[in-house]
Design a protein around this ligand. Structure first.
Ligand code: ZN
Length: 402
């Protein structure tokens, strides 16, 4: 089997045969088992550090106001509920600050629902504005929260409406709806409404995949791709393709005996509220990243239209030269603008050089595309040959480091 066929097979395995790779799900476990098996077949030393996570199941929700039923969606990782009470609402911080929704159901919309709130315990990026909103929501004393949201590609991909809250550490049951439904709901302000949400949190386990190639005391080349996907999405471009590049690299580098040991890491948690795989990895290093020579992170690569892009973060002169040689030699790989929504940010935050690999189309359409985190992110939009080309370029880079 040539690399192109292998690439195709890995992608198919990860996002067709396995149908759900959300953290803690059965599919997630099947995917990490698959990657470990593939690494081991090539004779690599592997480990699968495990951690506690929360899986989540939803069976819909109903919002009933008088004779009217509204279409609402269960907030990811929310608790379920069956609650009745008067409807309170707030669209600005000032309104929310004044709202005591004790015994009632709180409806938030407009200004305070314009972007998804970062999870309470998410450490990598958490604006004060979000923390304050979460604080106010938790102190509203509402027995449930309904939000009406629009579109926000940058933070939530292609989902419409998007969940305002996606946080297993936020304990007030919550649902979300479209802005249109939200406008219709406003006329029930102060009236008795009932919300039933059949949402369930399920304690589970998940693991990262780590494979080591080469030995020695020199700094490491850490190549990463997240293996988890959003629930409800096959996660083809996000990020079965990244994991496929990792597996192709395992193949290409299995006999590598260069100066710098290589660590291949499939992170389990990039699209998960608690980023548990990333937190586990950082904890296992005790926050010490000094031994990382460079990180290469693949996320969103292999889109069927257009070329791949490598975005560079703090590379040394030598590393930059090497990458520019790759740009010159590969018509389908170009320099990309910096972007932060990926696991390379961890390495950058710890002051290490990094290369983020993605599709030019994804990078250019980050804010407007409606693919990421939806059913549209499936195998039909993947070009497996682009993944081979990326793997070969990374191999060249790794072997070219002096
Ligand atoms: Zn991703």
């Amino acid at each position: 089997m040539n690399l192109s066929e292998k690439s195709r097979n890995h992608v198919r395995k990860l996002c067709v045969e396995i149908s759900d790779r959300s953290v803690g799900s059965k599919g997630n476990r099947l995917a990490t088992q698959y990657v470990d098996r593939e690494f081991k077949k090539l004779g690599l030393t592997t480990s699968q550090p495990e951690f506690d996570v929360m899986d989540w199941q939803k069976e819909g929700a109903d919002l009933i106001c008088g004779n009217q039923k509204f279409e609402v969606f269960v907030g990811p990782y929310s608790r379920g509920c069956d609650v009745c009470g008067p409807l309170y609402c707030a669209s600005t911080l000032e309104e929310l600050e004044k709202t005591d929704a004790t015994g009632g159901i709180l409806f938030v919309y407009g200004d305070i629902a314009k972007e998804q709130l970062m999870p309470k315990n998410f450490v990598f990026y958490n604006p004060e504005e979000h923390q304050h909103l979460v604080y106010l929501l938790e102190h509203s004393q509402a027995s449930a929260i309904i939000s009406a949201t629009g579109r926000n590609g940058l933070l939530t991909g292609g989902e419409y409406p998007f969940p305002l809250i996606e946080d297993g550490d936020f304990d007030i049951p919550n649902v979300f709806m479209t802005e249109e439904e939200g406008r219709a709901l406003l006329k029930y302000l102060g009236m008795e409404v009932r919300l039933i949400s059949r949402s369930r949190r399920i304690p589970s386990k998940a693991c990262n995949n780590i494979a080591k190639i080469g030995t020695g005391e020199a700094s490491k080349i850490v190549i990463t791709a997240h293996i988890d996907a959003k629930k409800g999405s096959p996660g083809a471009i996000d990020n079965a393709t990244g994991v496929t590049v990792l597996l192709l690299l395992a193949e290409l580098l299995q006999d590598y005996a260069g100066k710098y040991p290589i660590e291949l890491v499939a992170f389990n948690g990039e699209d998960y509220y608690a980023a548990s795989g990333q937190m586990n990895y950082i904890a296992s290093r005790q926050g010490n990243f000094k031994d990382v020579l460079v990180n290469i992170n693949i996320d969103g690569a292999g889109y069927y239209e257009g070329v791949s892009v490598f975005s560079l973060f703090g590379l040394t002169e030598d590393q930059q030269q090497l990458v520019h040689k790759i740009f010159a030699e590969n018509a389908d790989i170009e320099a990309g603008i910096p972007w932060v929504q990926g696991d390379h940010s961890i390495f950058v935050q710890f002051g290490r050089p990094a290369i983020a690999v993605t599709s030019k189309w994804m990078l250019e359409n980050l804010e407007t595309q409606s693919v990421t985190h939806t059913a549209k992110d499936n195998i039909s939009i993947v070009n497996p040959d682009q993944l081979v080309s990326i793997a070969l370029a990374i191999e060249k880079f790794v072997k070219g480091l002096i």
